[in-house]
Structure formats: structure tokens, C-alpha cells
Design a protein around this ligand. Structure first.
Ligand code: HAM
Length: 416
């Protein structure tokens, strides 16, 4: 039987890896400018972390986790998202003890047992940031701005930001009761998912695609906010306006994770079939405490990288292509070919992008390789030239050929 990759996973082949590196480099570079430091946490954690952190009644915990028991009888789970692990690491390593707030970022694979479709995979990658230790609405806005800048600088167009305030747990409890009163009379007509969420997680019902049309007159959480929540939300909007970041207030925006308080937001873009959310995040003031740390506030985002590539492709945006070779080396004759090993080693040591043939093909086939690699130069070495200590350098753009002393080859290639 031919073994194939597991459902919902993808091989990222060399022809695509360049795009991934470009996105990752952009993420790192932006984080340098916004002053976020990288953190790398384990890809699996104790299952309990996600149950407590992400929330018992979320889809992720109820049906999407890759959980298993280890040989040592530990219950562990492949991380379905990045925040819980970073929060755990922040608490466990006492990063809250530092005088400055902690601004962290991560890039890596996440795992959810979802039904795969375009833009939805079982192993996918997120670029995420988390800022701990401040309740200043300015940092909510900074997080939203960083995500927006990431998309913009990669060339994505028409990204919209939707924001909402999901209040504090107290505000939500009061709103939850109002919402249940509104939904109760129609409960029998709602879809199975909505019905099962009515008691456990009624706010998520507003997210239902099937029953959306029934929620026109639903009470808005924004009317239920207390003064502290309203002020925080107004300040975040003020900052976004000052930064000229376009946003839309969506009072029905409820994220799929339970830890949010105050600000919740999503980035939307068309181009991936039914899926239009390409990233999201928000504030989570109680989460650090929930996983056993001190009562420190946090805010962050997670952006799906596969979705960025899909939207870029749908918009016809080309990311810069692979770097061409500086030189492709061709040896004519055994002695010359073997001498190229050392020459290639030296040129690479001098910082040049170099390759050669290893399959004993004829010169014509090797020239074709040089073309495919878009080599700037081809350097051809024959046994006679080797004896004289020279090599013939062909400039591919003009076809011009020049004999160059081997001792000056790196210098020649760098300066022409
Ligand atoms: P999330 O909304 O669950 O939030 O995921 C963030 C992003 O990850 C999504 O908008 C999407 O782009 C991508 N994503 C999620 N699931 C999949 C999937 N199955 N296949 C492909 N892409 C996917 C979080 O994960 C939070 N940790 C974000 C956050 C950080 N909030 C605060 N800090």
C-alpha cells in the first residue's frame, strides 16, 4: 500500500517554501519593529491546559483536539492554538517579574481535528503575538495594527478589521440571560448546533451561519457593557481611527475561544470559498489566572498563514521569486570536474550562491540547468584550463565569455 499524508495535512514543497520564508521573515521583521520577542513553547502540552484555557464548551475542546495518553500515562494534546501555551510559559517562567510588560511572538504549527476544506486544515500554521501586563487600550490597538500591517506589507488588499467588545465575565453573564430570553421562543426552529449551545454557550449561537437571518432583533452585547468596558472599547476605536486603520464594529462577533474579555477582533478577506476570516484575536484578562498564574492581563492575535497564501493567490499577488544562482559550474573532463568541488566550496565560503551538476550529464543539459536556476554566470572548466589555473566565465545575459584566473574568480563574480 502506498502511504500518503494524513488527511488535512500538507507538504510544503521547495517550490512553495520560499513564500513561507518570506511570510515568516516579514513576521519577524515586523515584530522587531514593534518590539515583540520570540518565544518557542512545546508543540504538545498537558490536555488540562487547553480545557481550562480555551474553554470546556468550545468546539476546539469538545471535538477538535489531538489528545493522547503517553507511555508514562500523561494526558497530552497537540496544541490547537498558541495562546494557552504562551500563557503557561509566561506564568511558569515568571516573566511577569520583569519590570517591563512582556511582548512575545511565535510562528509554528497548530493542530485541530476539523473537517478539511480550502483554508481549513488539521495541521496549519499561525503567526501569533501576545502582550502581557497592561490593560491600556493602546496595546489592544497596537496588536490590531501589527496584524493589519502584516497583511498590508505582504501585498494583501481589501482586508477589513471587525471589532467587538465581549465585556467582562459579569457583563457576559447578564447579557447571556438577555440573549437566552430572546432565543428561547425560536429554540425549536434553530439548527442542532444552536440548540446544543443554548445552555452551554449561547453567545456562540450568534455566530451560526445557518440561522443568522433569525438574529436581526437580537439584543446587542454593546448595550450590555458597563462603563469600564465601554470606555475601554471607545479608546481602542479612537486609537485605530488615529492610526487610519479602517474597522467595522460587529456586535455579533464572538470568537471560538472562551478566554476573551473586552476587545475581540477578526481580519476578513474574500478569496477562500466560504471562509472569510484570515486572523483574529483579542484581550484575555482572566486567562493567566485561570491557568494558575498571577492575575495579569493579556491581549494578542493569531493569523493563519495558509489563509494568507490562499488570499494572495486569489488576488493575483506574486511574492518575490526564488533567488537566482550567482554561478553554475561546469567541468569538462574528470580532473576538471573533481577540481570544482574545491572551487565551489571556496565560492560558497565567499558568500556566493553556487551549484554544479552531479549526474554526469552532457554540457548542453548542464547549460539548461543553469537557465532553469536563472544563473547569472556559468563558469566552465576544462582540463587544459585547470592546468593553467584559469576558468571561462560566461555572462548569461550577454553571452560574453572571459577567461578569469581561478585565484580571482570570486572577486570577478562579485564585481561583474
Ligand atoms: P483562532 O481564531 O482560533 O484564534 O485562530 C486564528 C487564525 O488561525 C484563524 O483566523 C485562521 O486564520 C487560522 N486557523 C484556525 N484554524 C485553522 C484551520 N483549521 N486551518 C487553517 N487555519 C486555521 C486563535 O487561535 C487565538 N489563539 C488567537 C489569539 C492569540 N487570541 C489572542 N491571542
Amino acid at each position: 500500500m502506498k502511504i500518503q499524508k494524513p488527511t488535512g495535512t500538507q507538504d510544503i514543497l521547495p517550490s512553495d517554501v520560499e513564500k513561507w520564508q518570506l511570510m515568516e521573515n516579514k513576521a519577524r521583521e515586523l515584530c522587531r519593529r514593534y518590539h515583540y520577542k520570540e518565544i518557542r513553547t512545546p508543540i504538545f502540552e498537558h490536555t488540562e491546559l487547553f480545557v481550562r484555557g480555551v474553554g470546556e464548551t468550545t468546539d476546539i475542546v469538545e471535538k477538535e483536539m489531538y489528545s493522547f495518553v503517553t507511555r508514562g500515562d500523561d494526558q497530552v494534546t497537540l496544541r490547537p492554538e498558541g495562546t494557552a501555551g504562551v500563557v503557561r510559559a509566561y506564568a511558569e517562567n515568571k516573566l511577569y517579574g520583569e519590570p517591563d510588560i512582556a511582548k512575545l511572538y511565535y510562528i509554528g504549527p497548530m493542530f485541530r481535528y476539523e473537517r478539511p476544506q480550502a483554508g481549513r486544515y488539521r495541521q496549519f500554521h499561525q503567526f501569533g503575538i501576545e502582550a502581557f501586563g497592561s490593560t491600556d487600550p493602546g496595546i489592544d490597538a497596537e496588536v490590531i495594527a501589527l496584524g493589519y500591517a502584516f497583511y498590508r506589507e505582504l501585498g494583501l488588499r481589501d482586508v477589513t478589521v471587525e471589532i467587538n467588545s465581549v465585556g467582562t465575565p459579569e457583563v457576559r453573564a447578564a447579557y447571556r440571560a438577555q440573549l437566552q430570553d430572546f432565543l428561547r421562543p425560536m429554540l425549536g426552529e434553530l439548527c442542532k448546533d444552536c440548540q446544543s449551545r443554548f445552555d452551554r454557550n449561547p453567545l456562540r449561537i450568534l455566530d451560526c451561519k445557518v440561522d443568522q437571518h433569525r438574529f436581526e432583533g437580537a439584543p446587542s452585547i454593546l448595550d450590555a457593557l458597563d462603563e469600564e468596558c465601554s470606555t475601554h472599547f471607545a479608546k481602542v476605536r479612537e486609537h485605530l481611527t488615529a492610526m487610519d486603520i479602517p474597522f467595522r464594529i460587529n456586535p455579533r462577533l464572538v470568537r471560538g475561544l472562551d478566554y476573551y474579555t473586552h476587545t475581540a477582533f477578526e481580519y476578513k478577506a474574500a478569496g477562500i470559498g466560504a471562509i472569510d476570516t484570515i486572523g483574529g484575536g483579542g484581550r484575555y484578562n482572566g486567562l493567566v489566572g485561570q491557568v494558575g498564574g498571577p492575575d495579569q492581563p493579556g491581549v494578542g492575535l493569531g493569523l493563519g498563514l495558509e489563509r494568507v497564501l490562499l488570499v494572495l493567490a486569489a488576488q493575483g499577488v506574486e511574492l518575490p521569486a526564488e533567488k537566482p544562482l550567482d554561478v553554475y559550474l561546469i567541468g569538462l573532463g574528470e580532473a576538471a570536474d573533481s577540481a570544482l568541488a574545491r572551487i565551489a566550496y571556496d565560492l560558497r565560503g565567499a558568500g556566493l550562491l553556487v551549484d554544479k551538476d552531479y549526474t554526469g550529464r552532457k554540457m548542453k543539459a548542464q547549460m539548461k540547468s543553469a537557465d532553469r536556476f536563472r544563473a547569472k554566470f556559468v563558469a566552465i572548466l576544462g582540463d587544459d584550463e585547470l592546468a593553467q589555473g584559469t576558468i571561462t566565465v560566461k555572462t548569461m545575459a550577454t553571452g560574453e565569455q572571459t577567461p578569469v584566473p581561478l585565484s580571482g574568480l570570486a572577486e570577478y563574480l562579485k564585481t561583474h
